[in-house]
Design a binder for this molecule. Structure first.
Ligand SMILES: Cc1cc2nc3c(=O)[nH]c(=O)nc-3n(C[C@H](O)[C@H](O)[C@H](O)COP(=O)(O)OP(=O)(O)OC[C@H]3O[C@@H](n4cnc5c(N)ncnc54)[C@H](O)[C@@H]3O)c2cc1C
Length: 484
């Protein structure tokens, strides 16, 4: 980036534009620790400048400069993603969107709220709850994840099973394009709203969204315990297909339950096995019907145990602590797979076999997010301080994705690190269509370059596959005895 452009932006934005190495360095990471050895030779993750626009006009102004000067711009909000989605790989400007915060308006007749993109889901929830309302769905990273960040990712999480994807709940949005032009988008505009959902900051910067809200209803929580994965998968199916749709349906596999015991995160009385958390929200009558359904299902499965109500309530309270297993670290690595529900049992059986093969405990939990699909997170412990061993462990993340692929699954979210799997995520036709959109809206490729559409040369699926297999093989040969 030309020094005079850096100075021009710094002059305009004062302490909201920063090029100190200390500040810029903070923007070279997301939640997943990746050794510099794997990053620095290949990518320029250090931005030249970090800017925090406070409103849409400033977003547009910065983009106009970047467009004219051909400067890469990487949008970053909560940075709660793990695939370098919001980390630059070609330097340039990181646009920190966290000052675009707050509710713009509530329309109780339409039952929608208009909110700035950098508002977190928990902040929006606080605002709505004071008015007897709440969101239809939100990610389990709600305390840090922003409205815009989740929209620009896939947008499935808590509440999606009952209320659908975030895209289906958004009525309209405002987007600043790479050129600096601002457009209003709805499902019927050209380009439509759907282009921006899951676009990971590569097509435009979303500044606000109007989304549907719902009445804040009472809830009922149930925690079921079963001995085997096949029984858990069967009960999950029965609960999902019952006449009352759960708001949230979440499973924990036996290895994950063991890991939680090891850290004292669940009471001893839970014992070994799988857990299924079922949460309902609705009118009292609906909740009573839901309770009858759960009791009937439990009666039909003599080995399934209903855990005490306080434990189910606590599991719900802890829903934002998905990463609490990291306490057993130093680090956790893993992969998240978008998987057909009917394949959960087979997937978990293969993951358990992999645990025996590598001598490592792979721990899985999953959220049912549509009537057909579940997002499964499979994690294992690693030690980022031991760089070489850690790099080899990264090879195992591909093994997780390979198991998912065998069962019709693919990675959830792309960013940089999942780019070698794009042909598993999209068909050739879909990829061609996505590239056309990019060409039309950002022909100079300044927005979040190096993500989503193509893998870097060294990440060609073939070479990447060989590399990952070799690394995983070395971990196995080293018999590193990571089982804990
Ligand atoms: C414990 C935990 C639980 C999680 N649970 C879920 C879950 O339930 N469901 C789920 O989908 N994900 C989940 N995630 C992943 C992540 O938290 C979500 O995808 C989250 O919504 C990302 O929001 P963010 O504000 O952190 O976005 P960031 O990580 O900052 O950005 C994500 C991507 O969107 C782009 N972007 C951000 N804001 C904008 C904007 N306004 N305009 C244009 N582009 C933008 C960025 O460039 C980047 O590519 C979880 C992560 C953790 C750590």
């Amino acid at each position: 980036m030309k020094p005079e452009i850096v100075e021009e932006i710094k002059h305009k934005y004062g302490d909201r534009a920063n090029d100190s190495p200390f500040e810029r360095n903070l923007y070279t990471r997301d939640l997943a620790p990746v050794p510099a050895l794997m990053v620095d030779p290949l990518f320029k993750t250090m931005p030249d400048l970090v800017v925090r626009p406070a409103n849409e006009e400033e977003v547009a102004e910065i983009l106009r400069i970047a467009w004219k000067e051909n400067i890469p711009v990487t949008p970053r909000a909560g940075a709660s993603t793990t695939y370098f989605d919001s980390i630059p790989v070609k330097g340039g400007i990181v646009m920190d969107l966290n000052l675009l915060r707050g509710v713009v308006g509530l329309n109780e007749e339409r039952m929608t709220v208009t909110v700035q993109a950098g508002t977190t889901w928990s902040e929006l929830d606080d605002y709505l709850k004071r008015r007897g309302l709440t969101e239809k769905s939100y990610p389990s990273s709600a305390p840090v994840a922003t409205i815009g960040g989740w929209f620009c990712m896939m947008g499935y999480g808590i509440g999606s099973l009952k209320y659908g994807s975030l895209l289906s709940q958004v009525k309209s949005a405002q987007v600043v394009l790479a050129t600096g032009d601002t457009i209003a988008v709805t499902p019927d505009t050209d380009p439509p709203l759907s282009w921006f959902a899951g676009s990971e900051g590569t097509l435009g910067i979303v500044t606000w969204l109007e989304l549907e809200v719902r009445k804040l209803n009472p809830m009922k929580h149930f925690l079921l315990k079963m001995d085997s994965v096949p029984e858990m998968a069967q009960v999950l199916k029965e609960v999902k297909d019952a006449p009352v749709i759960p708001y949230n349906l979440h499973f924990t596999d036996p290895a994950c339950v063991q890991g939680m015991h090891a850290l004292g995160l669940i009471p001893d009385e839970v014992g070994e096995g799988c857990l299924l958390q079922v949460d309902y929200e609705g009118a009292e009558q609906e909740l009573d019907q839901a309770e009858d359904i759960i009791r009937r299902i439990v009666d039909q499965h003599p080995k399934v145990k209903m855990m005490p109500g306080e434990m189910a309530d606590l599991e719900w309270e802890e829903r934002f602590k998905a990463l609490r297993l990291k306490r057993g670290g130093p680090s956790v690595l893993g992969g998240e797979v978008w998987l057909p529900i009917k394949e959960v049992s087979g997937y978990l059986a293969d993951i358990a076999a992999m645990s025996s093969k590598y001598g490592i405990r792979f721990m899985s939990y999953g959220h049912v997010v549509t009537p057909e699909y579940v997002t499964v997170m499979t994690m294992f412990y690693a030690n980022e301080v031991n760089t070489i061993n850690y790099m080899f462990s990264l090879g195992l993340t591909k093994k997780i994705q390979d198991v998912g692929f065998r069962y019709g699954g693919h990675p959830y979210g792309i960013g940089l690190w999942n780019s070698p799997y794009i042909t598993r995520i999209y068909s050739r036709k879909e990829l061609a269509e996505l590239r056309e959109r990019k060409k039309r809206l950002d022909p100079r490729g300044i927005l979040n370059p190096g993500k989503v559409y193509r893998y870097p040369l060294l990440f060609h699926p073939f070479t990447f596959g060989i590399g990952a297999n070799v690394m995983a093989g070395l971990i196995r040969a080293a018999g590193r005895g990571g089982r804990r």
